[in-house]
Design a protein around this ligand. Sequence first.
Ligand code: GLN
Length: 497
Amino acid sequence: MSHLDLSAHRAADISDGIARKEFTAREVAESALARIEALDGDVHSLNQVTPDIAYAAADRIDALVSAGGELPPMAGVPAAFKDNMNLIGTRTTCSSRILANYESAYDCTAVARLINAGVLPLGKCNMDEFAFGSSGETSATGPAKNPWDLGRIPGGSSAGSAAAVAAGLAMVTLGSDTGGSIRQPGAMTGTVALKPTYGRVSRYGCVAFASSLDQIGPFSLTVEDNARVLEAICGKDSMDATSVDRPAEDFVAASRRGVTGMRIAIVRDMLDMEGVTPEVRDSVLAAAARFESMGATIGEVDLPTSQHGISAYYIIAPAEASSNLARFDGIRYGHRAENPVDTLDLYMRTRAEGFGTEAKRRIMLGTYALSAGYYDAYYGQAQKARTLIAREFTTAFEDYDVLLMPTSPQVAWKFGAKSDPLSMYLSDIFTIPVNLAGNCGINVPCGFAEEDGAKLPIGLQIIGDYFAEAKVFAAAGALERDLALDLRSPALSVPVA
Ligand code: GLN
């Protein structure tokens, strides 16, 4: 079989082709692994490639085909998982030196559910260390690159999950989003990227960053594939007390139903903020006009409190991270400093050696914010701001079904361009409020900008109320069809065997 161009297909094409015996799941795995072999040296989207696991999954599918059994819904679809999600038989490193050799002891629920749905696990995706970052550059294994221009960042922290899909190395991947880490790399790489409602998807087995914000979600090249993954991974899990007992809906049907009669609002004050490039602003306004022409009513809202989301987030997220990362002490997990003179020396040198600069910055910020005497002034205030942001969204959703904002103020930047942490933090201004409120949001490609000869994707963020993923998929699917921006991949040189 000549190699399948995964980026030219929907997940359903692969499953149907296998069911019709046009090709086998093993051939799909071979094809995907060959493409990774050819291209991922440049893209570095994967920290670990797992051919044995992929072939074992493929053989199970092929055996089902031979036996005439019913295939699972995503049979034979090549997939990969952010390297903060455990999967037995793989390392789970969080792209950190401290976990460089950590072997998964159990399976992350979302990963296990996706594998049960029939996907072929190709590997573990590169990421910012412990998901701290917006560019992929804090990875201890070196950054993943943006397939649209290898000199640019793919966004972060789910850098590799986004880059792998954009490069056609995997059809679907999972990422995690604490302050934008699914949607923002989605925008940078032109991929469809969903942060589900907090509680929609179990986080069991995903290494915690900030537990009140973290949520797992899918990347894909089409809205329909994204919907299919959410159907497979969502729902109550007895291993995660924050997971909510809401059954999967027919999200695939929702992605096809259109926007007739939907009430959609542009978030005016956010769009008019300083730092939003003219190309991004124009594309968001053009998308709103397309929705109107497709039968939606368009209005405007302001979210003035959400503009303070970054300030609240950089108290709450580091506070929770400093607590979650306390367990990496050289005794229970991962790296251990050699020849300690006493226990304190063991803790201190293990952590000094194991964590990178950004992780240390977060641990110090968070520990300070939680320290006696400062707790109310920082953490308490931030929690109040968070409540106000959540109320602001709730009020907006009384009048509108979904809200439109840019996902990111600008397109993908060049490596090293944001070397001070504050300018990096500011790039998440539009995604963070959604994590603070806990509702859902998707990135869907809405155009391109030219910069220094590179064609770079622009992302629209469509935000929904709690558990309103079906509406978000409806709007995203309609725009994708209207703009014909699905299955858009950069022209990487693909050796065809
Ligand atoms: N970029 C944000 C941060 O650095 C968000 C990260 C995330 O969502 N994991 O914290």
